[in-house]
Write a protein that binds this ligand. Sequence first.
Ligand SMILES: Cc1ncc(COP(=O)(O)O)c(C=O)c1O
Length: 410
Amino acid sequence: MPTKDFPLLSCAAFAYLDSSATAQKPQSVIDAVTNFYVHDNANPYRSLYPLAERATEAYEAARGSIAKFIGAKTPSCLAFTSGTTMSINVVAHAWAKKNLQKGDTILSTIMEHHANIVPWQNITGCDSGLDLQLINMYDNGILDLEDMEARFKIFNVKLVCVTHVSNVLGTLNPIKEIVKMAHRYKAAVLVDGAQAIGHMPVNVSRLGVDFYAFSGHKMLGPMGSGGLYIAPQRHAEMGIMFAGGDMISRVTKKKAWFKPVPYRLEAGTQSVADIIGLEAATEYLNNFPNGLKGVKTYINQLGKYAWKKLKKIPNIKLLGPGPGKDWASSVISFTFDHDGASNGERIKNQDLATELGKHGIYVRSGLFCAQPLIEERLGLKGAVRVSLHLYNTVSDIDRLIEQLLLITKK
Ligand SMILES: Cc1ncc(COP(=O)(O)O)c(C=O)c1O
């Protein structure tokens, strides 16, 4: 069982069921970060002595491995960022602001994390002349692609921003289909891969996306690492987000010339050790029996098991499509029917999660940074979320169910 590879979990008294917030790290990732500081610490691309050259080589080797891991055709398609939030903001500022014009529309969806809504609110509206619209979903948590197509027909859509996997509903969106539709209408597609990558095989080239954003810390890598995939056909369209050292090819008193993608998007000193750690995370995932396919199968079995057990608990209402082709299985959210509490008291989702926490079962409750979805679309005050990764076991789920039964029966 891989649990033994994760120092925080190997002798833990708790069941960690909050990997959608952040995943735990295997020892190999922790070692890779430490080794960089112990043996190779220098600032890449600055100096020419052997230590600095080693740091540069390690940094570029990590780019190569991580680019391959996501299915990018060349390492130059991968810019390092601090994570999904920053990657999406890079697309907003370095691409959308430069290439979109008054009258253009950006389509996001109602099931997005704030990271894929707020940056778009930030650059649209008022005097920008840009319009932001959110595509609806059906009550079962599946995206309404007819609604999407209808908007393509009416509005001048230039960008579609959609999550690969919903961090609330576990919905697995049909990215290939969305890309096909968007490209037919000459719109670009940005995918928020925060909850997908590291949980299943992801190949950005096969998906045909224009941009793919991801966070290292959700795929067993260090916090502070992450990336943005930029398809080759978008390279020439990229402006800059941050300006400063190392992203320039020449600077005069009046003007600067920027390096090509990805370097123009990596201003200043990067989180190099964390990127090396992220490379180690990709190695760890690749080495799981049967690689990412194996990870997906494992999480899928566990997710189905959890869904089936949760479904049997009276008063628990599961959210999202559940087992089937539209479901990623690593994210399971539910609400507890307050009025069903036998002692007549309302058990709030937050109290339920706190109570579970007291018994060593770590789940998340609240709005999950998806307030438009939870409040406006689902009409809820919050929910409880169980999220899984490859180190979770059936016994974690059994512990959860046992405690839930005790709490909800009180
Ligand atoms: C779907 C989704 N998008 C974006 C983010 C933001 O990720 P980060 O905080 O790593 O930038 C998250 C984090 O939970 C997420 O679940």
